[in-house]
Design a binder for this molecule. Structure first.
Ligand code: NDP
Length: 295
C-alpha cells in the first residue's frame, strides 16, 4: 500500500518506522532534518511538502501535536487537501479535538476523502513495541481500509463510534491519567514526609486497592529512580485534559475533579515549560513538600 506519514515526533517516528517495514512509505515533517534522518534509517522517501506527501497515497497518517496543527496543514497550495486523491483516507493519530475532527472530516468529504480519528495509547515504549491501542472514530468501512496501516503499530484497535469519538475517548483517558499522576504524587509525598521509605510505600500501595498504572509502572521506572525521562510532553497532557473538559461540557456533565486537575497541570506547565515531561509535576509536589520520592 502507498502510505504517507506526517509528524515524526516522539511517538510518530517509532509508529512510522513500523509502517515503513510493511508498506511503501513517504514521510513529511515540519523540521525537515527529522524526515531526512528517518528516511535514511528506515528506507522511506521524503516529500518536501504535505501536498507532495499526500499525492499518490492511499492512506495518509498524521501524528501532530494538536488538531489545530492538522487544520493548518490541510490548507494552502502546498497543503494536504491539494494532494489528497478522491478515495484516499486520512487517519489522524494526533490526540485531537472531537469538534475539530468533525470539521476536518466534513472538509475532506467534499473532495471524496475519508477520515478516521485514530489517537493512540501506550506511550513511546508501546510504539516501539508495536503494541499501541488505537481508539478510532469514523465509519466502520473507513476503519477497515485503514486497518492494514494501523496494525503495523497497534495491538488493539477499537471503534468507539462516529468521527470525534476516538478523540473524546483518548482525551478522557489522559485526563484520568493526569489526575492520577497528581494524586499519587501528593499521596506518596505525604507518606515519605510522614517517615515511610518511598520504595516501601510504593510496594505496599501496589499490593493494595489504591494502585494504578501510575503507581505500578510510571513511579517505579521514572520517579523512584529519579530518571524522569522526557517521552511525552506535559504540554500535550495539559492539552488533552482541556479537551476532556470540553467533551464533558458539550455533554452537559459537570467535572470538578477534572477541572481541578486541569488547573494544577496548567500551573505546572507554566513553571516547568513546554519541553518538560508529564511526570515532572511530581517534582513540584516534592519541592513544595520538602521531600524526594526516591528508592
Ligand atoms: P512531539 O511534540 O514530539 O511531536 C509533535 C510533532 O508534530 C512533530 O513532528 C512536530 O514537528 C509536529 N508539529 C507540531 N506542530 C506542527 C505544525 N504547526 N505544523 C506541522 N507539524 C507540526 O509530540 P509527540 O510525538 O509526543 O505527540 C504527537 C501526538 O501524539 C500528540 O497529539 C500527543 O498528545 C500524542 N501522543 C503522544 C504520546 C507520547 O508518549 N509521546 C502518547 C500518546 C499520544 P517538528 O518536528 O517540526 O516539531
Amino acid at each position: 500500500m502507498n502510505v504517507a506519514f506526517l509528524g515524526l515526533g516522539a511517538i510518530g517516528a517509532p509508529m512510522a518506522a513500523h509502517v515503513a517495514a510493511r508498506h511503501q512509505l513517504t514521510v513529511w515533517n515540519r523540521t525537515r532534518a527529522k524526515a531526512d534522518a528517518f528516511a535514511a534509517a528506515n528506507g522511506a522517501s521524503v516529500a518536501p511538502t504535505p501536498r507532495e506527501a499526500a499525492a499518490g497515497a492511499e492512506v495518509v497518517v498524521t501524528c501532530l501535536a494538536t488538531s489545530a496543527d492538522l487544520e493548518q496543514l490541510l490548507e494552502g497550495p502546498d497543503g494536504l487537501l491539494a494532494g489528497l486523491a478522491n478515495g484516499a483516507l486520512l487517519l489522524d493519530c494526533t490526540s485531537g479535538d472531537p469538534a475539530a475532527s468533525r470539521r476536518i472530516a466534513g472538509r475532506l468529504a467534499e473532495t471524496g476523502v475519508g477520515f478516521v480519528d485514530a489517537p493512540v495509547s501506550g506511550g513511546v515504549n508501546g510504539a516501539e513495541a508495536a503494541a499501541l491501542t488505537v481508539m478510532a472514530g469514523g465509519l466502520p468501512e473507513a476503519l477497515e481500509r485503514g486497518r492494514p496501516v494501523l496494525e503495523c503499530f497497534a495491538r488493539r484497535i477499537e471503534l468507539m463510534g462516529p468521527v470525534g469519538t476516538g478523540h473524546a475517548m483518548k482525551a478522557v483517558n489522559n485526563a484520568l491519567l493526569a489526575v492520577n499522576i497528581l494524586a499519587v504524587g501528593e499521596g506518596l509525598a505525604a507518606l515519605v514526609a510522614a517517615g515511610i521509605p518511598a520504595a516501601k510505600a510504593v510496594e505496599v500501595l501496589n499490593a493494595s486497592s489504591g494502585r494504578s498504572f501510575v503507581s505500578e509502572s510510571l513511579v517505579p521506572e521514572r520517579v523512584l529512580t529519579g530518571a524522569f525521562p522526557v517521552t511525552f510532553r506535559l504540554a500535550l497532557l495539559d492539552k488533552d485534559t482541556g479537551i476532556a473538559l470540553d467533551v464533558a461540557e458539550a455533554a452537559g456533565v459537570d467535572a470538578p475533579m477534572l477541572e481541578q486537575g486541569k488547573d494544577l497541570l496548567a500551573a505546572a506547565r507554566a513553571v516547568l515549560g513546554e519541553e518538560a515531561d508529564y511526570l515532572e509535576p511530581i517534582r513540584l509536589i516534592e519541592g513544595a513538600s520538602g521531600v524526594e520520592i526516591r528508592a
